[in-house]
Design a protein around this ligand. Structure first.
Ligand SMILES: Cc1cc2nc3c(=O)[nH]c(=O)nc-3n(C[C@H](O)[C@H](O)[C@H](O)COP(=O)(O)O)c2cc1C
Length: 149
């Protein structure tokens, strides 16, 4: 059903040969996500992006296939999961941006049993609570462009 709510998670390698202007990237991502009522979080961890998108199946599919996968700032993209959901985890965020602060390092250790993120080792069961905890913590201490929108 195109209107059912889904949550899509993927990881990708940052394409190092292109310039990464996160402020500009987030601005255009959040603008479209707001218009399409898509929510989620984007984590930039070392050489990886990890992103969770939630919203109506048709809208998440369109954003993922036509905008995210088409963006040359990604290298290889690994789809981690697509799940039907009843409620959104990131309903407050059109795209939370998560970085590698010290407090996030502690959470990463807790959820991944190692301090390096490897998408082939972590799965959705760990990624979702980890990214939610990081977003929640960041919302409490929101600073700069990485804020909560
Ligand atoms: C890591 C990453 C995450 C992205 N996340 C989103 C997103 O959540 N929503 C979206 O519409 N586009 C997303 N994009 C695509 C770009 O934001 C956007 O399509 C691109 O900047 C082109 O901008 P324009 O469509 O405004 O010209 C993402 C791209 C990358 C590299």
């Amino acid at each position: 059903m195109p209107n059912s709510l889904i949550q899509l998670t993927y990881a990708s390698k940052v394409n190092r040969s292109t310039e990464l202007d996160m402020e500009q990237l987030l601005q255009s991502a959040r603008k479209r996500n707001k218009a399409e009522n898509v929510t989620g979080a984007l984590w930039l961890h070392g050489k990886y992006f990890v992103q969770i998108l939630e919203g109506q199946r048709r809208k998440v599919s369109n954003i993922f296939c036509n905008h995210i996968c088409a963006d040359h700032r990604h290298g290889a993209i690994d789809l981690i999961s697509v799940n039907r959901i009843d409620t959104r985890t990131f309903h407050d965020w059109s795209m939370a941006f998560l970085g590698d602060s010290m407090s996030n390092q502690q959470l990463i250790l807790k959820y991944s049993s190692q301090d390096k993120f490897d998408p082939s080792i972590m799965d959705q069961k760990n990624i979702l609570p980890l990214m939610y905890k990081m977003a929640e913590k960041q919302q409490l201490t929101a600073t700069g462009f990485s804020g909560t929108h």
